[in-house]
Design a protein around this ligand. Structure first.
Ligand SMILES: Cc1cc2nc3c(=O)[nH]c(=O)nc-3n(C[C@H](O)[C@H](O)[C@H](O)COP(=O)(O)O)c2cc1C
Length: 363
């Protein structure tokens, strides 16, 4: 398994959905960065299920930081965060232990780990593990904010209901608006989105959507051409999150239908700096940041675990089997995954900044 991401700033995840606890280790952060436990707790609350459109699992996420922080600041040593699992109901999974859930990781993991994988609650493949990302990401987000770099993610689309997109020239006010919202949307579409999610839930089904992330204040000239491109490292991070099946930067797939004269971002001098009049490139050219906001979208598939009867196979008998999933699941994960994406993006951006300017840049 590869449970670590990053080269200079490295995040490592451990734990299972129904194990004793989760663990995040964040290594390579500069010494002297303030760590605000109340901010970490409030970030975790944005990921935590709570409403009727979320799983019924209720975890308190009572985390403890057991290394790397002293007197409220980072020491430069690895930061270890532990989050116990408290609301565990493994019996829900016993009936389907040998019947893999369609489009979840069950079957692929079973083949790779030969049946030794922990099947309870999706084991190490569960969305529960993303609590680690949010806890560690809160430290990275705070470090970036001190450098004037802000990150925000909102639900651009859910079950066909569309929010306004981020401004690709200056999304700073929109980032401020959505970054602390438990259902992050720019316009007044929460009710319509929730109605679609609840309608799917009533039919024992699920829905997906698109989430959009913007990063403001990110300096030009960061990232490596070819295999260390900012698009590449961000995509690697985004595709590590279960349920994300597509990523596009800037105008993304719609660039395919444009002419060069429409797609190109013309340069201008804005407030004495080189800028571009449009930002269809999403702030990245040649794998390197160009000083415009980083803008990218991620497609989140419908939650695989649904109550509707589905065709599967019983791996113990080698026969076809029908499956109706009974456990506690999110009928849509777009809301909860938004803060996970901002958090992991923050860790990755700390890494590429540390590679470009040195670890102490974040001090
Ligand atoms: C925050 C979060 C919560 C999730 N909750 C559920 C869930 O309740 N039920 C479920 O089947 N999948 C859930 N998932 C999605 C699975 O993890 C994901 O579908 C699975 O790993 C396979 O995804 P893949 O095909 O993209 O690899 C969740 C994912 C995240 C990030």
């Amino acid at each position: 398994m590869k449970n670590s991401i990053g080269t200079s700033v490295i995040l490592t995840l451990a734990g299972e959905s129904h194990g004793a606890m989760l663990c995040a280790i964040l290594d390579g952060m500069a010494p002297g960065i303030p760590v605000d436990e109340a901010f970490i707790a409030s970030q975790l609350s944005l990921r935590r299920p709570g409403g009727p459109a979320d799983t019924a699992r209720r975890e308190q996420d009572r985390f403890s930081i057991v290394s790397g922080v002293a007197g409220g600041v980072t020491t430069g040593a690895p930061i270890t965060i532990l989050i116990p699992n408290e609301d565990v109901r493994s019996a829900d999974y016993e009936a389907m232990a040998s019947i893999p859930r369609p489009s979840h990781a069950d079957y692929a993991a079973h083949v790779k780990y030969g049946g030794f994988e922990d099947p309870r609650g999706g084991g190490h493949f569960s969305g529960r593990i993303t609590a680690c990302i949010v806890a560690a990401g809160a430290i990275a987000l705070s470090a970036l904010e001190r450098k004037g770099i802000t990150v925000g993610t909102h639900i651009l689309e859910c079950a066909g209901v569309r929010d306004l997109p981020f401004s690709d020239i200056d999304p700073s006010a929109q980032i401020e608006k959505v970054k602390r919202m438990d259902f992050p949307v720019i316009s007044d579409v929460r009710e319509a989105m929730e109605a679609k999610i609840l309608a799917a839930k009533a039919e024992q089904d699920s829905v997906g959507g698109i989430i959009q992330t913007a990063v403001c204040g990110f300096p030009a000239g960061v990232g490596e051409p070819w295999f260390g491109s900012v698009e590449g490292v961000l995509s690697n991070a985004l595709f590590s999150i279960g349920g994300i099946k597509g990523v596009e930067f800037g105008a993304g797939f719609s660039l395919a239908g444009m002419r060069g004269s429409e797609a190109n971002d013309a340069f201008c001098i804005c407030d004495g700096h080189v800028a571009t009049k449009t930002n269809r490139s999403g702030g990245i050219n040649g794998g390197i940041s160009n000083g415009m906001p980083l803008i990218f979208n991620a497609v989140v598939k419908p939650t695989p675990s649904i109550g509707k009867v589905q065709d599967s196979v019983d791996l113990s008998s080698g026969r076809s089997a029908e499956l109706s999933i009974k456990g506690r699941h999110d009928p849509a994960i777009v809301r909860r995954v938004s803060i996970v994406v901002s958090s992991l993006v923050a860790v990755v951006l700390c890494d590429v900044l540390a590679l470009r300017f040195g670890t102490d840049y974040l001090k």
